[in-house]
Design a binder for this molecule. Structure first.
Ligand SMILES: N[C@@H](Cc1ccccc1)C(=O)O
Ligand SMILES: CCCCCC(=O)O
Ligand SMILES: [Zn+2]
Ligand SMILES: [Zn+2]
Length: 388
């Protein structure tokens, strides 16, 4: 059965100010290639093609077929790119043994007490709701304003959303698996804590709430991203509009989140329109028989011998891979790039970059992955090879 390597060539915008080099120049500076898309996700799009080139130069002839999918509109939902690729493969009756897309990385220095960089392979991704909120009110002269107007009503409603975060669901999603797989990587006494989450969950969940990147792992997040209102300083604003982006924790659904939103807003003057919504993605297999997982483990050992044990994780953003659920249940989101904490704000932010060595390692990983995937089936898990 074939597998698929997925990437996207499109990027989010970038304006010049704040960048050390022009954001679309791909200039090298201190061993880094700077540019919009260098880690999201041209590193994969070009990395896959370059690995393929190296294989072809060596007259390598893969025995296991594979697909390369490179979307061109991932950052605006993938409807015309990845979705069309998936639909075409579906009409051909294609099934995939696994699909590898962006969505997680090798984390270095994110978790206190873990010394080694740890590869986290996302086995699911959060759901999403993009909701538009609006309040209409009679226009008029600002010299005789009513007690409440559209801007104040909507702002108060959104403030209630922001001040009442969604419930902390630590322990009900794959974050537990992540910590259990990483427990051995933690130094004492964290290794004991991580191996006894039944006892220490309340402590850990409080710690996770402290930072946006870990808080996003344990609850549905609420981001008020757009607010437009008012037409002139002396006119009562006829309407106020806002957009909120929720990313739904794996143990919640769109419906449940919308219920909580309505109860929190609790104001019939606020209208809610759903622009786009989808539930959290299914959780991909993670066990000794999962072909993809074993291939990733083997390839990481080949290319990154010094990293810690591989752990399953959750992608807090969304990716094109969500369009391929009819072709496989083994969807994994992972780019073999080492991320330090200061790399996170660069994604969709300023001075996005990848080190030259980091890009070379990604190409090497893909070069190895294609060869490692060329086995017909997995060697028997070690335990089974001993006759009992
Ligand atoms: N990957 C981007 C764009 C995106 C949004 C929603 C769905 C799919 C992709 C994000 O997570 O925000
Ligand atoms: C690192 C997470 C990536 C989310 C998908 C994107 O922004 O392209
Ligand atoms: Zn992106
Ligand atoms: Zn991306």
């Amino acid at each position: 059965m074939p597998y698929m390597l997925l990437a996207h060539m499109d990027v989010v915008p970038a304006s010049q100010e704040g960048w050390h080099v022009p954001p679309f120049s791909a200039q090298e500076l201190d061993g880094f290639i700077y540019g919009r898309g260098t880690v999201d996700n041209k590193n994969s799009a070009i990395g896959i093609l370059q690995a393929l080139e190296f294989l072809l130069r060596r007259d390598y002839r893969p025995r296991r077929s594979f697909y390369i999918g490179i979307g061109h509109d991932e950052e605006v939902s993938g409807r015309k790119g990845a979705m069309k690729i998936a639909a075409l493969l579906e009409t051909r009756g294609v099934k995939l043994v696994f699909l590898l897309d962006e969505g997680s990385v090798i984390l270095d220095g994110f978790l206190e007490g873990i010394k080694k960089p740890v590869p986290l392979i996302a086995i699911t991704e959060k759901g999403s709701i993009t909701a538009n909120f609006s309040v209409e009110s009679a226009p008029g002269h600002s010299s005789a304003p009513p007690k409440e107007m559209s801007i104040g009503i909507l702002a108060a409603a959104l403030s209630r959303l922001e001040q009442n975060p969604m419930p902390n669901l630590f322990g009900q999603g794959p974050e537990i698996m992540t910590l259990e797989y990483l427990a051995s990587e933690f130094s004492f006494p964290l290794n004991l804590i991580m191996s006894n989450l039944w006892l220490f969950s309340p402590v850990i969940s409080r710690i996770f709430e402290q930072k946006p990147s870990t808080n996003a792992l344990i609850r549905t997040t609420t981001a008020i991203t757009m607010f437009n209102a008012g037409i002139k300083s002396n006119v009562i604003p006829p309407s106020a509009k806002a957009t909120v982006n929720f990313r739904i924790h794996p143990s919640q659904t769109v419906e449940e989140v919308l219920e909580i939103v309505k109860n929190t807003i609790a104001d019939d003057r606020v209208k809610i329109d759903i622009q786009e919504a989808f539930d959290p993605l299914p959780i991909s297999p993670w066990d000794d028989r999962a072909f993809g997982v074993q291939i990733f483990r083997r390839t990481l050992l080949d290319v990154f011998p010094d990293v810690g044990s591989v752990a399953p994780g959750i992608c807090i953003g969304n990716t094109d891979s969500r369009h391929f659920t009819n072709l496989t249940d083994a969807i994994y989101r992972f780019n073999p790039v080492v991320f330090k904490p200061d790399d996170v704000p660069r994604v969709h932010g300023l001075n996005e970059r990848i080190s030259v060595e980091g890009y070379e390692k990604q190409v090497e990983f893909l070069f190895q992955l294609i060869q490692n995937s060329d086995i017909s089936k997995l060697p028997k898990p070690h335990a089974e090879s001993h006759e009992l």
